[in-house]
Ligand binder design. Structure first.
Ligand SMILES: Cc1cc2nc3c(=O)[nH]c(=O)nc-3n(C[C@H](O)[C@H](O)[C@H](O)COP(=O)(O)O)c2cc1C
Length: 357
């Protein structure tokens, strides 16, 4: 099976969630011996269709332009057995580069009008390949793809093999949901295998590929913190992700949320402790975490049986958390103090953070 995979994202590598998802799918297809050609059309020269209709009249089937679309992309598209179109969701639809590609497939059609299922259309000059559409979107709700899906279904109708949509895309390369991400990745690879084997994807695999990663309630506050940290530190979100920066909490609630996110259950098996934070300065108040048998329970307020109490100005601890300051140095400089079992500080350090961060 000859597969022509189009990636229209302007971003590359781990930063591009379109590329991540497409790579997983292709991994599965190649396992099943599909011959996959991947082209990032963002790096290709594709002029806008200017609507001259020369491809319909003077030179039927041939565009007036001599760019990458006429020389390379349209022939590869028409020769393939399956085309995968992968695009970031931009303003609720395909991005401009993919739209430009789609418009430039006009030479494939003939000018005449025919009625198909009550809808006016143009007969095709060439038999185009079946299509799989892949898209990733930043928002967490599946409904964000409604407009794209409606457009794609209208455009490709009976040759649409699958629509693969991934919400909350910016979490795909992050450390937040390692188990769910593994399951999404495995499902995407499986989806690729099924496509190569049977030109279809089972409902179970589709559900696993598109399983929700998060909700607005979880993603909104953390996302806002991350964006605010980018603004404050003068970095792009790409740099933030590449440097594995920690969003800087601005309240006890967001502090607890960030800590919960960084908790590594695997490192906390057989670990038991309770630590209380008593904040002063910009944010005042208490909260405490109880770590027991691989789980964390983080709550607002003080606790009676804390093994350790950390008394610290809020900003000092946030500097330590976001790696702007060294915890030991700050302790020696008496920027914060502790009461209780000092060793628990080390234990706490051990149960946060993933092996890759
Ligand atoms: C111009 C622009 C428009 C976007 N529009 C939407 C949108 O309508 N809905 C959404 O959920 N995400 C939107 N996003 C977020 C992207 O879909 C998301 O970040 C995606 O991961 C980008 O793909 P990439 O990682 O391959 O670049 C938009 C991003 C940009 C830059």
């Amino acid at each position: 099976m000859k597969v022509f995979a189009i990636n229209s994202s302007a971003r590359t590598g781990d930063i591009s969630k379109t590329e991540i998802v497409l790579d997983w799918l292709i991994e599965g297809m190649r396992e099943e011996k599909a011959e996959v050609t991947v082209v990032n059309i963002h790096r290709k020269r594709i002029n806008y269709c200017k609507g001259c209709f020369v491809c319909w009249t003077k030179t039927p089937g041939k565009c007036v332009y001599k760019d990458d679309m006429t020389k390379e992309l349209l022939p590869a598209y028409l020769e393939s057995d399956l085309c995968i179109m992968a695009t970031p969701l931009f303003h609720f639809t395909v991005n401009a580069k993919l739209k430009t590609f789609i418009e430039r497939t006009l030479p494939m059609a003939q000018p005449f009008f025919v009625l198909r299922n009550g809808v006016t259309s143009h007969p095709l000059r060439h038999e185009p390949p079946p299509v799989v559409v892949v898209s990733v979107a930043g928002f967490p709700e599946m409904s964000v793809f409604d407009q794209l899906s409606s457009y794609i279904q209208f455009l490709y109708r009976d040759r649409l093999v699958a629509e693969i949509y991934r919400t909350a895309s910016e979490l795909l390369a992050g450390p937040m949901f390692p188990k769910k991400l593994d399951s999404v990745r495995e499902a995407m690879i499986q989806g690729g295998r099924e496509l190569a084997k049977s030109m279809s994807i089972s409902p179970e695999t589709m559900t696993a590929m598109m399983q929700p990663l998060t909700s607005f309630e979880k993603m909104g506050p953390m996302g806002n913190l991350a964006w605010q940290t980018c603004i404050d530190e003068g970095v792009t979100m790409g740099q933030f992700q590449k440097r594995k920066m920690v969003p800087r909490p601005n309240s006890i609630e967001t502090f607890m949320a960030v800590m919960r996110t960084g908790f590594n259950a695997e490192k906390a098996v057989d670990v038991n402790f309770t630590i209380q934070f008593s904040f002063s300065g910009a944010v005042t108040g208490d909260c405490h975490m109880a770590v027991a048998n691989g789980a964390i329970d983080f709550r607002e307020g003080p606790v009676a049986e804390a093994g350790l109490i950390i008394k610290t100005p809020f900003d000092v601890w946030m500097d330590i958390l976001t790696r702007k300051a060294d915890g030991q140095q700050m302790f020696m400089d008496q920027k914060y103090s502790v009461e209780g079992d000092f060793e628990l500080l080390m234990k706490m350090g051990e149960v946060f953070g993933r092996s890759d961060s």
